[in-house]
Design a protein around this ligand. Structure first.
Ligand code: AMP
Length: 589
């Protein structure tokens, strides 16, 4: 519990930076020590014994004995833990909490072990990036308007607490202490964060933020999607929020008793404030600069804005006006990876410096694998298992890698499924850029398109919409093999009425913007059919979000699935029943 001890003393960002500098000076040494610690703590587990490490703790023996694994390989172990088997399976100290990763692509959340060490590394990452952020964008005493939500929590068969990783974090006392020490306690009462209905919680987050309007220094969420979603909601409910503030009475839409009680403690009749907000809203043009208008003391907007969050940046910039957008750290339910220690970089260029003491990291070089793969060898992943993983300090600038980690919570040589690019070093630890998930999203024959390729294609086509002042609210895709030949289907929710000609043009643009050679050549000879654009009814992605939340995901961790697999029946059904029109691209040239 190193961080808790630190929190009890005074939190000094300069100490945190000093510690980070020290840890990254000789990252290789720290990596060896970290691996040694993990293996010493867990050498007697069933899992490590199975691989015959026999007490060895050096990287060479570790890599020679223990195989690379995916979540699927560990599922039986994790399920035994969740079912109550308290023997040392993956860790010697029993796992008492399970995190649910968002599992947006597969359609169902995955179980991963969570423990105190993961909590420690969460705090270490938060504190590290905060310390660097605070150097560039200092904040005084104030509050944070945080759009954070807990997911449903439940007990596993074996009685372990299970919930999303963010929920496990928000519930933790250490988190609250850290937020306080960072001078940014959340505006909203706990009852709102932990409320059972996220629509009601969102409304109350907005209301709490408005009540503390002149104390809000930071507007944040885990992922940028949630911030955009919140202000889109604000556009719908702002008058009701003003009425609540004017009269000091909470809207009848809030029905959860605990939330009503907590909010009524904050809410007092305040007609001046209501008038001010009302005037501000009327004065805005198309809600541009809404965030600084409502919260004039806000210093920045903060959340993960990279990867699958990039498509929301345009809208977020619109709401944020001149306020800087600061992108948050890189991690997953399985464990953290790196902190953003260059907060001034725009979200598109953000890098993550790997913290060498929170796990043992390896990197599978990617480029050569992609090139050597023959079309008939293509699996669902861009990678082949043959490539020799490199150590943290062996990676090269400009290269892309799949990231693998070993952590204190029982994951050994775990393939997270993310592709990263090394863009520099901080001392001797690499600075990574997130590239995409390693799974191919769209592939029919020799074509290989990732989430990033899809995003670029959608961005190109959305420019045509922007000329008509329309935007893509959200998007997803699938591969339709029910036609011969198979074809790509892209689903769009558009912010308003787009004419037929415009949508046809967008459909062609989507098709032409996949620049992958495999796709282009297959389209030319028609071994992949015309691309189909299906336009969805407004509110469809809200229904998809509701569906994920209903099955235990947290809004804070929600990522729209960018490709819907054939097993994801419910999402397929939601999409299918909300298509209002569809278009096919014309011949490919
Ligand atoms: P989950 O554990 O379900 O919340 O999802 C973790 C995944 O979210 C990671 O494996 C990444 O693919 C993605 N992710 C997390 N942090 C970032 C980030 N800073 N930038 C881009 N993608 C991220």
């Amino acid at each position: 519990m190193r961080m808790l001890e630190k929190m009890d003393k005074n939190f000094d960002p300069e100490d945190i930076i000093e510690e980070f500098e020290m840890l990254t000076k000789d990252a290789e040494k720290i990596q060896r020590e970290t691996l040694q610690k993990i293996l010493e703590e867990n050498g007697r587990t069933e899992y490590l014994q199975k691989w015959g490490l026999n007490g060895r703790t050096d990287p060479e023996s570790f890599k020679a004995c223990v195989p690379l694994v995916t979540h699927k390989d560990l599922e039986t172990y994790i399920h035994r833990i969740a079912d109550g088997d308290a023997s040392p399976i993956l860790t010697e100290k029993p796992i008492t909490t399970i995190s649910l990763s968002s599992g947006t692509t597969q359609g169902k959340p995955k179980f991963v072990p969570f423990n105190d060490e993961l909590m420690d590394s969460t705090m270490q990452i938060f504190e590290t990036s905060f310390a660097f952020r605070n150097r560039e964008f200092p904040i005084g005493n104030g509050k944070a308007l945080q759009f954070i939500y807990s997911s449903k929590q439940f007990k596993t068969k074996g009685g372990l607490a299970a919930g999303t990783a963010t929920t496990n974090v928000y519930r933790n006392l250490q988190y609250k202490n850290t937020m306080k020490a960072m001078q940014s306690p959340c505006c909203s009462p706990d009852e709102v964060i932990f409320g059972p209905d996220f629509h009601q919680s969102l409304y109350c987050h907005l209301l709490s933020g408005l009540i503390y309007w002149d104390e809000v220094q930071v507007v944040s969420s885990t992922f940028a999607h949630s911030i955009v979603h919140s202000f889109r909601t604000f556009e719908q409910v702002w008058e009701e929020l003003c009425t609540d503030i004017r009269e000091g009475v909470l809207s009848s839409r809030i029905t959860v008793p605990s939330i009503r009680t907590a909010m009524s403690k904050l809410l007092k009749p305040n007609p001046e404030l209501a008038d001010m907000i009302y005037k501000k809203c009327l004065g805005l043009s198309n809600w541009y600069g809404l965030i600084p208008e409502l919260f004039p003391k806000a210093k920045y907007v903060y959340g993960i804005m990279t990867g699958s969050m990039e498509p929301y940046l345009k809208k977020l910039r619109h709401y944020a006006g001149e306020l800087p957008l600061l992108s948050a750290d890189y991690g997953s339910s399985e464990g953290w990876i790196g902190a953003n220690v260059n907060p001034k970089l725009p979200p598109e260029q953000v890098t993550f410096a790997v913290l060498p003491n929170i796990g043992y990291f390896e990197f599978i070089p990617l480029r050569e694998n992609v090139e050597v793969q023959k079309p008939d060898e293509i699996e669902s992943s861009l990678l082949s298992m043959e490539a020799k993983p490199l150590g943290l300090t062996e990676v090269k600038i400009g290269e892309e890698y799949e990231i693998i980690f070993t952590n204190f919570a029982g994951l050994y040589r775990y393939r997270l499924g993310d592709v990263v690019k090394v863009v520099g070093f901080h001392n001797s630890t690499p600075e990574l850029q997130f590239v995409c998930r390693s799974n191919l999203l769209l592939t029919i024959n020799i074509d290989k398109n990732t989430e990033k390729d899809l995003q670029l294609s959608v961005e190109a086509a959305a420019k045509l919409l922007a000329e008509e002042k329309l935007e893509v609210v959200d998007f997803t895709s699938l591969v339709d093999l029910s036609t011969d030949p198979g074809h790509y289907v892209i689903f769009w929710e558009v912010s308003g009425e787009a004419g037929e000609d415009l949508l046809k043009e967008c459909c062609n643009c989507l098709d032409q913007s996949f620049v992958d050679a495999g796709y282009m050549s297959s389209r030319k000879v028609n071994t992949i059919g015309a691309l189909e654009l299906r336009v969805l009814r407004r509110g469809t992605f809200q229904k998809i979000l509701d569906h994920y939340v209903g099955q235990g995901s947290a809004v804070s961790q929600f990522k729209t699935p960018r490709c819907v697999g054939p097993s994801n029946n419910i999402v397929l059904q939601i999409l299918g029943s909300n298509v209002v029109e569809n278009y096919f691209s014309t011949a490919f040239n």
